[in-house]
Design a protein around this ligand. Structure first.
Ligand code: ZN
Length: 148
């Protein structure tokens, strides 16, 4: 009798909703959503754009939350010593708070991580939701409902 065929690594990853495969797919979809903004949220530049996580992406429950993403140019993201999110976080947050008071409310309402929600996460499901959201956003973008 032949042994049942062993599952490939890829197959195993596909079947595990919390595998790195699904995490990376969700990362990609999240980035695409943040990039729909089309310009740096701090200075308005349309060049060298990068998606920044407000809460670090190591915090699983916010890693793929579109509220947690800010589109920044490389200067406002990493390089400028005086104002970039990575090199001068206090300055970044003060500016962000003034420019986007509604988004700031989300930050304030979510900074305490409920330990009960820590493991309540599923990358595959998140990926699927983000892909749906991305489709809607792209359609709105094409039909001109959102203009930048
Ligand atoms: Zn900028």
């Amino acid at each position: 009798m032949r042994k049942p065929k062993k599952k490939s690594r890829l197959q195993k990853s596909r079947e595990n909703p919390n595998s790195r495969l699904w995490m990376h797919k969700a990362d990609r979809a999240w980035k695409d959503i943040i990039h729909m903004g089309g310009r740096c949220m701090m200075c308005g530049s349309t060049e060298y754009l990068q998606a920044h996580h407000i809460f670090p992406r190591e915090i699983k429950i916010y890693r793929h939350d579109p509220h947690n993403g800010v589109l920044l140019c490389s200067r406002c993201h990493k390089y400028n010593v005086e104002l970039s999110a990575h090199r001068n976080a206090p300055s970044f947050f003060i500016n962000f708070q003034m420019l986007y008071p509604e988004r700031w409310k989300w930050v304030c309402a979510n900074y305490k991580i409920d330990p009960a929600t820590k493991n309540d996460y599923n990358y595959m499901e998140t990926y699927k939701k983000l892909e749906e959201l991305l489709k809607v956003l792209k359609r709105q973008h094409e039909t001109g409902i959102i203009s930048h």
